[in-house]
Write a protein that binds this ligand. Structure first.
Ligand code: NAP
Length: 300
């Protein structure tokens, strides 16, 4: 039995892959993702370095599948010290999951929400649960508005599942869905931290990393530019990062043993503020209540 185990979603690319390799220095890593071959590749890489890893298949766009994956993890009986909700997408055209729900909202918020709620009763006191969120949820964030974001556009969980956002949003394809889903992640962290003080719930804005696969829908030229020109200089630019740097900060937070809960960290691991809306306890409690009601209606 290992001393500690860390659960990570989306360990097959970008921030998640580098963080999974870092976490292997701290305990057994439970790799949660949708692609068996990619998961095995990361597992072999960890084992090759003398670490231990297990894989659990899970498509987070399917909330019922997320619940089953959480149940499989509980069955493993590992001493879980940390859970990292990292997986996410930023599609640039609308799409839906099998339930007809907005694909970005389902993958980024609803799946991770179900996954976390299903794990919570089985986590030992003090377990660290971290969500990778994004500052684009804040309409006052200059660096995001300059790029065309208009902050989270939450109307209700049900409206979000239908791909409906508060009017006056972004002209950037997919931006309102992405920003709203990330705002709901942050709202979940802040509300869960209040609801369940025996665990720790924290969030991190990892910084903008042009070299990950998050922009996989962008054209090939833009992707080449992002990967080979922008990514190498990213750590020199304010609020930018690369997967290696971000992985070290994320790992530091996930393995931190302080009592801190309900904290939102920036790309350097310093506490930061999100939007005024997300810090309003009435708003973040509403997001959680409406998410639960939506999932219940769908019998997830
Ligand atoms: N890159 C940035 O600038 C930036 C900034 C702020 C926040 N973030 C956040 O950072 C997190 C990681 O993003 P990244 O930039 O590292 O992107 P990435 O390279 O595209 O990695 C995303 C990960 O999520 C997994 N994933 C996608 N859809 C999934 C699904 N339906 N079920 C299970 N896993 C799924 C991917 O799996 P596959 O390999 O199978 O596709 C991959 O492992 C996201 O939550 C993102 O919102 C990114």
């Amino acid at each position: 039995m290992p001393d500690k185990a860390y659960v990570i979603t989306g360990p097959t690319s970008g921030f998640g892959r580098r963080t999974a390799l870092e976490l292997a220095e701290h305990g057994t890593v439970v790799l949660v993702g949708r692609d068996a071959a990619k998961l095995d590749d990361v597992r072999r890489r960890i084992e090759g370095g003398g670490g231990a890893a297990l894989t659990v298949r899970c498509d987070l766009s399917d909330p019922a599948g997320a619940r089953r994956a959480a149940a499989r993890i509980v069955e493993l009986g590992l001493p879980i010290a940390g859970v990292l909700n990292n997986a996410g997408i930023f599609p640039n055209r609308p799409g839906t999951n099998a339930l007809g729900w907005d694909i970005a909202y389902a993958t980024n918020h609803l799946g991770p929400f179900v996954f976390t709620e299903a794990l919570v009763p089985h986590l030992q006191d003090g377990t660290q649960v971290v969500f990778v969120v994004s500052a684009v949820e804040d309409p006052e964030r200059g660096a995001a508005t300059v790029s065309g974001f208009r902050g989270g556009r939450y109307v209700s969980a049900e409206a979000s599942s239908r791909g409906e956002w508060k009017p006056g949003g972004s002209k950037l394809p997919g931006a309102d869905a992405y920003a709203t889903s990330k705002q709901c992640n942050l709202a979940t962290v802040l509300a869960f931290a209040r609801e369940t003080p025996r665990l720790r719930f924290n969030a991190i804005e990892p910084g903008f990393a042009p070299g990950t696969n998050l922009g996989r829908d962008a054209g090939p030229l833009l992707r080449l530019l992002a990967k080979y020109v922008l990514s190498p200089v990213a750590p020199l630019v304010k609020h930018w990062t690369n997967p290696g740097t971000a992985a070290r900060v994320i790992t530091r937070i996930l393995t931190d043993e302080s009592d801190a809960t309900g904290v939102y960290y920036d790309e350097k691991g310093r506490p930061m503020r999100g939007s005024a809306q997300v810090h309003d306890p009435a708003f973040n409690a509403r997001v959680v209540a409406e998410t639960r009601a939506l999932l219940e209606t769908a019998h997830v």
